[in-house]
Write a protein that binds this ligand. Structure first.
Ligand code: NDP
Ligand code: MG
Length: 335
């Protein structure tokens, strides 16, 4: 089996960013974590945010008086774009592109806009990616503990000859190189990230939970019981897989559960399901999904909002909101 190239701190010196300025555009989930970690690593950071937003105030509280994106790009050697993916291509042409002088490095945390060419940077800049494999708050909290979240690194464009070194210094500065930085490409990161969230992590899992819940309720079982069996207990199982893969999960559950798992699981995910997964992957790779999503954003996200509402008001959600109040240890988050 071929193994990935993984960089650690000793392969990723901070040098390329010392005495340089890093601009972080957007102080959200990833943006705040990259800003704080890089600053704590001794790197000069400027933050860009929109005035009159909560995150503008947050950046201010954290000691980053926000500037405009134009000013930040002017000042910086490395520009990290941590805007929502669907906003990036709107902000880029007016606020970022005109200020990208030769030799600067444009950095992303996800490859969407570059890979699908919604953003086409000039040839005279580096284009790199550091994609932490975790949400921003974890990138921050692990760094504070002396650790880090593993990251992916990719170089799309190497104008200066040291684009990879700049990207690795960025990974070092946020703590990622303490854990390991895996080499990939914008294409691989973008396609696998979208596939993972659509088929397994978000889309696949929510559809599986809903279908299981509805099957039990339709058969006359109490929704409260169905909620525990089909949603609540997912966490217990996932935590075991997270710690030791499928094998440790199977070691921990009863033999009865394990036999049911091994013999029934493949009947739920059938050849037809796998064929659909491949179709979804093809839609990602052809750019069809990206185009559809961008059109949805342009049209005001009407379909998106309607679909969200439907699930938000569904029975599994209503029952869940009631039941979670019975469990004092849950850090309950209702939206
Ligand atoms: P968030 O939505 O958390 O943060 C984006 C920030 O940009 C917000 O503070 C937002 O302000 C601000 N913003 C600035 N200008 C604009 C504008 N013109 N319009 C709208 N918003 C603006 O983003 P994420 O951190 O989740 O994502 C950033 C990047 O990181 C993306 O490429 C994403 O794919 C990637 N990524 C995210 C991960 C995650 O777990 N979240 C994991 C790995 C990668 P406001 O809050 O006012 O809207
Ligand atoms: Mg992902």
């Amino acid at each position: 089996m071929s193994q990935a190239t993984i960089y650690y701190e000793s392969d990723a010196p901070l040098g390329p960013l010392r005495d340089k300025t890093v601009a972080v555009i957007g102080y959200g989930s990833q943006g705040h974590a990259h800003s704080l970690n890089l600053r704590d690593s001794g790197i000069h950071v400027v933050v860009a945010e929109m005035p009159d937003t909560d995150n503008y105030q947050l950046a201010q509280q954290h000691g980053f008086p926000p500037v405009t994106a134009e000013e930040a790009v002017d000042l910086a050697d490395l520009i990290i774009v941590t805007l929502p993916d669907e906003i990036q291509a709107k902000v880029y042409p007016r606020q970022i592109a005109p200020h990208l002088s030769p030799g600067k490095t444009l950095g992303f945390c996800h490859g969407f806009n570059i890979h699908f060419s919604y953003i086409v940077p000039p040839e005279h800049v580096n284009v790199v990616m550091i994609a932490p494999k975790g949400p921003g708050h974890l990138v921050r909290s692990e760094y504070e503990k002396g650790g880090g979240v593993p990251c992916l690194v990719a170089v799309q464009q190497d104008a200066t000859g040291d684009a990879l070194a700049v990207a690795l210094a960025w990974a070092h500065g946020i703590g990622g190189a303490r854990a390991g930085v895996i080499k990939t490409s914008f294409k691989e990161e973008t396609e696998t990230d979208l596939f993972g969230e659509q088929v397994v992590l978000c889309g696949g899992l929510t559809a599986l939970i809903k279908a299981g819940f509805e099957t039990l309720v339709d058969a006359g079982y109490q929704p409260e019981i169905a909620y525990f069996e089909c949603l609540h207990e997912v966490k217990l199982i996932v935590d075991l897989m997270y710690q030791g893969g499928l094998s440790y999960m199977r070691y921990s559950i009863s033999n009865t559960a394990e036999y049911g798992d091994l013999t029934r699981g493949p009947r739920v995910i059938t050849d037809a399901t796998r064929a659909e997964m491949k179709k979804i992957l093809d839609e990602i790779c052809s750019g069809q999904f990206a185009k559809e999503w961008m059109q949805e954003v342009e049209a005001g996200k009407k379909n998106f909002t309607a679909l969200y509402k439907m699930d938000h008001e569904s029975q599994v959600e209503q029952v869940g909101r009631r039941l979670r109040r019975m469990m004092a240890w849950i850090d309950e988050k209702e939206v």
